[in-house]
Write a protein that binds this ligand. Structure first.
Ligand SMILES: *Cc1c(COP(=O)(O)O)cnc(C)c1O
Length: 292
């Protein structure tokens, strides 16, 4: 759909792909990432999906819902304290039947050891990585690209592990520029994406870049200007963005547009990857409500 917020410069057309509405619980890119992984797990006769994530993780939330819907048991190895089991994200995961195991920050870093330690607990487990990114996830994210996206000059996507962006890169021709906006502080993404593409045997047109200046202080941090922007966007476009990924992407995109980095005539599509359950975490940690 085409958007028309007041900050889009003359001559530039801005669109949004609503991946946030593709499933009632399993939002956006997490659904895309799980889709082929679930198919493969079923083919291999796996019974329990086991994965990793933080206490407010979109991936944990999505895996719990998708596993239940597809008839798998599920377990989440969670970074943090058992006291977080009652937060909104983990309560939902438990309500889908997900078993939660908590690991301290140090143990959590070494996921291979954790997997080894717990693997006998489940009958026929299938382990999925934190954030859900693997080669099948990239293939799943490649399916975001359809004819309407092929009409674009630039596709903008939030960046966490880079799996979603890798899927877009793999499935678009070199004339389309892919711009990732990192939700994390740091300068590692460029190598990450190239490595992901290479290790999964996906083609790379080198038509992409990752912007590192939209993180607003770091992963899952928020600022007043960001929250104001999300509120305004909600009111002017009637679309709710999430505070961790898509809000930061659009806020940074606004900035880049106002800096004049896009030529007049450019068609830009931003991917709304979902993540709206993340507002529950904002409420619990900082008392911040989503805009009404
Ligand atoms: C996980 C997530 C991302 C990041 O996707 P990556 O493939 O890890 O880069 C972006 N947006 C939302 C809403 C997410 O939940």
């Amino acid at each position: 759909m085409e958007l028309n917020p007041p900050w889009v410069p003359q001559g530039i057309r801005l669109y949004m792909r609503r991946e946030d509405v593709i499933h009632p619980h399993v939002s956006g890119n997490k659904w895309r990432k799980l889709d082929l992984n679930l198919e493969e797990a079923a083919r291999q006769g796996a019974k329990t999906l086991v994965t990793f994530g933080g206490a407010f993780s979109n991936h944990i939330y999505a895996t719990a819902a998708a596993a239940q819907e597809a008839g798998f048991a599920s377990a989440g190895i969670i970074r943090g304290e058992p006291s977080s089991a009652d937060n909104a994200t983990l309560s939902f995961a438990r309500s889908c039947g997900m078993e939660l195991i908590f690991a301290g920050r140090t143990d959590y870093r070494d996921k291979a050891t954790l997997a080894e330690k717990f693997k006998d607990r489940w009958e026929r487990p299938c382990f999925l990585p934190e954030g859900g990114t693997n080669c099948l996830a990239i293939k799943g994210c490649a399916k975001i690209v359809d004819d309407s996206l092929l009409d674009m000059d630039v596709i903008v996507v939030p960046f966490g592990t880079g799996g979603t962006m890798a899927g877009l890169i793999a499935s678009t021709p070199g004339r389309i520029r892919i711009l990732g906006i990192s939700a994390l502080k740091g300068d590692f993404p460029k190598a990450t994406v190239a490595q992901l593409l290479e290790s999964c045997g996906e083609r790379d047109h080198n038509n992409w870049e990752v912007d590192l200046h939209g993180h607003e202080g770091g992963y899952a941090r928020v600022t007043e200007p960001l929250l104001d922007f999300i509120r305004d966007f909600r009111h002017s476009q009637d679309i709710l963005l999430d505070p961790v990924y898509t809000g930061k992407m659009m806020f940074r995109l606004k900035d880049l547009m106002q800096q004049g980095i896009f030529e007049p005539g450019t068609r830009i599509c931003a991917i709304h990857t979902g993540g709206l359950q993340g507002w529950a975490g904002m409420k619990e940690r900082f008392g911040i409500d989503p805009p009404a």
